[in-house]
Design a protein around this ligand. Structure first.
Ligand code: ADP
Ligand code: ZN
Ligand code: ZN
Length: 740
């Protein structure tokens, strides 16, 4: 290292290629690959990361590095991971580095710290002093007493509040050298109260799974396990005890949960077991808090990290275990921007590089992971029954056509569902109602000429929201007033509404049962920070009988008094032409029904559909994953879709329709000419949303048996693509959606 005179610096912004800088004498001993530095580019200072160290440069005159910010940002395995990601996801290393150096690192945000109060002397001397102070300086005495009795040094702020004193008695005790103040990093650990929860005695199935996972942990080698356990089977308890084993080995653990499940309820379950040795990585935290969590993981002071997708890049030291809870969840995939990584796949790669165990958990594993498990690539660990007395809910499929025929008109609710809601509410139990569309009415249409009110910027009909009384675009948030008259044929009083959303469901239910208290949870009602957390708390505290919402209410929550789940339009998902739509629907139904009857109360699920004979609904209703898997995997094999091939989706978007189509056609032709073996290139077509925010979107799909050569080829073609700056190219490797 001492021979290195030149550093290649990857700037945080603009230039994708690294620049050469001379390493000043003073930095030479400490600088390394991954160091954060500041350099001059022309006349301005820019930050970046050192990508390579070398003896000499091809350029004669180099400018020196200006400042060394931190010695290391990335461990060796993380650095290798970045290189792999960059290649696999066709994204420059500079852009990929954004994942590894989040804003708290880039902007050098100081960790948030707090003061704690601790003894500066022995217990004996402190006790003696305490006695002496009792009569004259009672405030000081009570401070000492508190600290002597505390299990761990309290926060200064908490102590002042609890004793209702000013700071002066504490300052006096510090002067007397009885106490000292210590600044500790506040690594995003809310000091919420929690009840300690000791490990549970595992049932036989859990014990077998843990033993198997434990053997992998002990061996200290890379291994991926798939923990396939029905909802409520006690997967979390297995995670908790596996984490304990990792801590006992002196290593650290990283747990990923879906974005929406990163609530205080989830965090408290882990904190109750492990106390405060837990870093929570969350976009709702301030940058100072995130910096604190990041630093403490990097120093190895905190050994457990919990977070959503992007936490997979956190600098946990000496990683022994990575857990991906609900591994099938689509929020682990970054779709909108490159690198279009999947946190589960990154986890497996990171585990390989760090020789760590990767534990994927789900009640409805993705077909890809399950396929890997039955083919021996992953270890399969199974939990077949619920861990508590709770039994699996019963499930009923209701044919909505005949229900509505009988009722003689439209309703969201079949008579069966209404009866069930009434009965549950009477008993003081709770209901979840799921509809995958927010708003009041789905669209406004002219009955005369079929004109549909659409967003002027997107190719999408506008949804009517009754609360604010506006038409809204769900792609770009464009808003406008309701149409009184058809802009196309000018006929007035002919504008009708079609389709329904959650807002309408809530209103209808309140009209039928004025006494039933409802809460509605969708993107409209959870805009504000923490609002979704607040709503969950309210519902758990039984401030409402029925929670109505989009799929966000179906995931991973534990509401002990929910005994009924109604899925209002179960077949909506099947209308999306995507090879994954059956899989998503199966998962949605199984997850939603997992919310019913989590305690000793018996649960029930009512599935309303216009396709009552659809085999998928029956498989979902009986929760027969194996049968579902057999059926679906055959179809995937037949039509050659993952896991039998790999996919890449190329999306072009631009303000001019023809120009964009032209550009993607050229790109596609070049890819065809590259003649990659074992690769099929499908035609370029308008995307499922053909226009968003005034940009036209075209895409094509590529299937291949060998992804890396395809990635390399796409990267090369993209760098050569002679497109105008206005056209944006997105390369999505392993896309989760092939339609939109
Ligand atoms: P999952 O994560 O598989 O959905 P959970 O871990 O939430 O399941 O467990 C469901 C319930 O069962 C929880 O209330 C949990 O405390 C309880 N539980 C789990 N394992 C045990 C056990 N071995 N003994 C008793 N209760 C258990
Ligand atoms: Zn009209
Ligand atoms: Zn729009």
């Amino acid at each position: 290292m001492s021979e290195a005179r030149v550093a290649e610096v990857l700037l945080d912004q603009n230039l994708e290629k690294p620049l050469d800088y001379e390493i000043p004498e003073t930095f030479r001993a400490s600088i390394q690959v991954g160091s954060r530095v500041e350099v001059y580019v022309r006349n301005s200072l820019r930050k970046g990361t050192i990508a390579t160290l070398k003896k000499a440069s091809q350029f004669a005159k180099l400018r020196p590095l200006h400042r060394l910010i931190t010695q290391t940002t990335l461990s060796d395995p993380l650095w290798q991971l970045a290189h792999w990601m960059s290649r696999y996801y066709c994204t420059s290393l500079q852009r990929t580095m954004k994942c590894f150096t989040p804003p708290n690192v880039r902007r050098e945000i100081k960790p948030k710290t707090r003061l704690t109060v601790k003894l500066a002397t022995t217990r004996e001397l402190a006790l003696e002093l305490c006695k002496k102070l009792q009569s004259k300086q009672s405030a000081q005495a009570s401070v000492l007493e508190k600290i002597l009795n505390a299990e761990k040094p309290p926060f200064l702020s908490a102590l002042l509040e609890e004793l209702e004193i000013s700071r002066s008695p504490i300052d006096s005790l510090v002067k007397k050298k009885a106490l000292q103040l210590e600044e500790i990093v506040d690594d995003a650990l809310e000091d919420a109260d929690f009840f300690p929860s000791p490990p549970k005695t595992l049932n036989a199935e859990q014990a077998t799974c843990l033993k198997d996972i434990g053997e992998s942990l002990q061996s200290g080698t890379f291994k991926t396990h798939l923990l396939f356990g029905v909802t409520g089977s006690g997967k979390t308890e297995v995670y908790l005890q596996a984490i304990q084993q990792v801590l006992d080995l002196g290593k650290s653990a990283l747990l990923l949960v879906p974005e929406i499940a990163l609530t205080s309820q989830t965090i408290e379950r882990f904190r109750a077991r492990f106390g405060i040795k837990l870093a929570v990585l969350h976009h709702r935290k301030s940058l100072g808090e995130r910096s604190a969590a990041w630093e403490s993981l990097k120093k190895g002071e905190t050994k457990i990290a919990i977070g959503a997708r992007s936490a997979i890049f956190c600098p946990a030291q000496d990683l022994g275990l990575i857990i991906i809870d609900e591994e099938h969840d689509s929020s682990y995939k970054q779709n909108e921007e490159m690198p279009t990584y999947h946190a589960r796949d990154i986890a497996v790669m990171r585990g390989k590089l760090e020789k760590a165990v990767v534990l994927l958990g789900s009640a409805t594993p993705s077909l890809d992971s399950y396929h890997n498990a039955i083919n021996g690539k992953y270890r399969l660990n199974i939990l077949t029954s619920r861990a508590t007395k709770a039994s699996q809910p019963t499930m009923r499929i209701i044919d909505m056509k005949s229900a509505l025929d009988k009722a003689g008109g439209f309703s969201h609710f079949s008579p069966d569902l209404l009866d069930a809601i009434k009965e549950k509410t009477k008993k003081g139990e709770q209901t979840l109602l799921l509809l995958n569309k927010r708003g009041y009415r789905r669209m406004q249409i002219c009955s005369e000429c079929r004109y549909i009110a659409k967003c002027p910027h997107c190719d999408l009909s506008l949804t009517y929201h009754k609360g604010p009384n506006t038409l809204r675009c769900h792609l770009c948030d464009y808003q406008t007033h309701l149409l009184r008259q058809c802009p196309s044929c000018q006929s007035s009083s002919q504008m009708e509404f079609r389709g329904f959303g959650t807002e309408h469901v809530e209103k209808s239910l309140c009209a039928i049962f004025p006494d039933v208290r409802t809460l509605r949870m969708d993107r409209d009602t959870t805009q504000k920070k923490n609002s979704h957390e607040e709503m969950f708390k309210q519902f758990r505290a039984h401030k409402a009988d029925v929670l109505i919402g989009t799929q966000m209410i179906a995931k991973g929550f534990h509401f002990p008094s929910v005994t009924l789940v109604g899925i209002l339009n179960a077949d909506a998902a099947l209308q999306i032409p995507d090879f994954r739509s059956s899989e998503s629907l199966f998962q949605l139904i199984a997850q939603a029904s997992g919310r019913a009857g989590r305690s000793e109360l018996k649960g029930e699920v009512i599935l309303q559909t216009f396709l009552p004979q659809h085999p998928l609904l029956h498989l979902a209703a009986t929760q027969d994953y194996q049968a579902f898997h057999t059926r679906e995997i055959d179809e995937r094999r037949l039509f050659s879709f993952p896991p039998f091939c790999r996919l890449a989706k190329v999306v072009f978007s631009g303000p001019d329709e023809n120009e964009t189509l032209e550009a993607i056609t050229q790109f596609r032709t070049a890819l065809v000419s590259a003649a990659l073996p074992n690769t099929e290139i499908l035609p370029a077509l308008p995307a499922g949303h053909p226009k968003i925010k005034d940009r036209y979107r075209f895409q094509f799909l590529t299937k291949t048996g060998n992804i890396m050569p395809l990635s390399d080829c796409l990267t090369t073609l993209r760098s050569r693509a002679p497109t105008s700056r206005k056209i944006h190219i997105l390369i999505d490797i392993d896309p989760t959606s092939t339609f939109f």
